[in-house]
Design a protein around this ligand. Structure first.
Ligand code: SAM
Length: 402
């Protein structure tokens, strides 16, 4: 079943969280002068036009990039992401939004390699076209990679991940971002990561996931915590309290296995701001937790906090988890020196390096398309607790649906 089309959701709060974190992961990978392979198991179309039929039908960008577009006093770690989005909209009008392949194309260096998987026949075609334009633009700028820098495969990303591991340079950043339309996706993510870690334990793996009431979603982070990675970091962003009907996507997370040691500080500096700008009601919040794989540790006690349930057999969560609300972001579990605290140190801003952007054109899903045989809204859904959903709100509405 391939009904999901990301064009309906481009630029929403979940994309903001995902792509902001993705940018930070690239910046970290770029610090070392050894090329890496970026693997995108679920690539989507690469670029999205926010004036397309799909995007305007749901108006989901209004829960994410919309409110951020003109935001001021942006925390330093968020700037490279916003600069990247703005660089593809040089007129200053918010028209295009990057998908993860575009983010990777801009952030990765010429010697790095991009391996992109997409199953939907229409989206893989658009992705090819977007990558072709990106490469043509780079060639115009005199930037030529040796060999094939970007390879797109029309195939199953879950199945294909293992083929690419370990990568030739022994460095990899993997993004796993399936639609979770079917319950099976949760298990497939876990299984694919287990196999990937077996083949390449030192890779950096980032998983986006929806935070929903359904059991698979609630149990998902704990299942990821039990994977055999040395360290993990889990960040969630909630923009509002779910309604009684349970419909819509109000919260999502990024779970990173083998995260950069710098990431937590970046998140602590940025997440309260995202809650403040994107939050819709008092249910808006963020959480950050981190853990390591321990050998033989039995204690579940956390330094600096009260006792806490263990998250896995041989693991414990770090004492650094925090929560934020609209009123007092990050305050509830503040420790001295953390965000908002007197000794808080802003994380050093990483140098943004998005290259001069190529200009996507209206073919990047910009043209209105007739709905498929089933209504287009059926294509636009990510799962919610309310089962198959109706279309999202019109632009201007503040409740994002995914
Ligand atoms: N990562 C993209 C981004 O951030 O711009 C968005 C990806 S979207 C959430 C999920 C994509 O996965 C959809 O385009 C869908 O067609 C594709 N897909 C679904 N199942 C897949 C599979 N098994 N292998 C590869 N792609 C798949």
């Amino acid at each position: 079943m391939l009904s999901y089309r990301h064009a309906f959701h481009a630029g929403n709060h979940a994309d903001v969280l995902k792509h902001f974190v993705q940018v930070q992961l690239h910046l970290y990978m770029n610090q070392k002068d050894v090329p890496y392979t970026y693997i995108d198991t679920h690539s989507g179309a690469g670029v999205y036009a926010l004036d397309s039929f799909q995007a305007t039908k749901t108006g989901e960008y209004d829960t994410g990039i919309g409110p951020l577009w003109n935001a001021t006093e942006v925390p330093a770690p968020l700037k490279p992401y916003l600069d990247l989005v703005k660089s593809m909209n040089p007129s200053g009008k918010m028209r295009y939004y990057p998908g993860s392949p575009y983010v990777a194309d801009q952030m990765a260096r010429l010697d790095d390699r991009l391996r992109l998987f997409e199953l939907h026949p229409a989206d893989v075609k658009i992705l090819h076209e977007n990558v072709r334009k990106a490469e043509a633009h780079k060639a115009e700028q005199g930037e030529r990679a040796r060999g094939k820098r970007v390879i797109i495969e029309h195939g199953d990303g879950f199945q294909s991940l293992k083929k690419l591991l370990p990568p030739p340079s022994r460095r990899a950043l993997v993004l796993v971002d399936p639609p979770y339309e079917v319950k099976d996706d949760y298990k497939k993510v876990r299984d694919a990561l287990e196999e990937a870690l077996g083949r390449f334990p030192s890779g950096m793996y980032a998983v986006w996931y929806p935070v929903l009431q359904r059991m698979e979603s609630r149990q998902f982070p704990d299942k990821l915590k039990r994977l055999p990675a040395k360290e993990w970091l889990n960040v969630t962003l909630t923009i509002s309290t779910p309604g009684p009907d349970g419909v819509g996507l109000h919260s999502s997370g990024m779970f990173i296995l083998n995260p950069p040691y710098t990431l937590e500080a970046m998140l602590r500096e940025t997440m309260p701001y995202l809650v403040q700008v994107l939050g819709k009601d008092s249910g808006a919040r963020f959480t950050i937790e981190r853990g390591t794989q321990l050998t033989g540790a039995a204690s579940a006690r956390l330094a600096g906090e009260g006792p806490r349930a263990p998250v896995g057999n041989a693991r414990r969560a770090s004492p650094l988890s925090g929560k934020g609300s609209l009123r007092l972001p990050g305050q509830s579990m503040l420790r001295e020196g953390e965000e908002g605290g007197p000794a808080a140190k802003p994380a050093k801003p990483a140098t943004p390096a998005p290259r001069r952007a190529w200009r996507p054109d209206g073919n990047a899903q910009g043209k209105p398309q007739a709905p498929a045989s089933s209504p287009a809204r059926a294509e636009g859904k990510r799962p919610s607790d309310g089962g198959p959903r109706t279309a999202g709100p019109r632009p201007g509405s503040r409740s994002g649906k995914r």
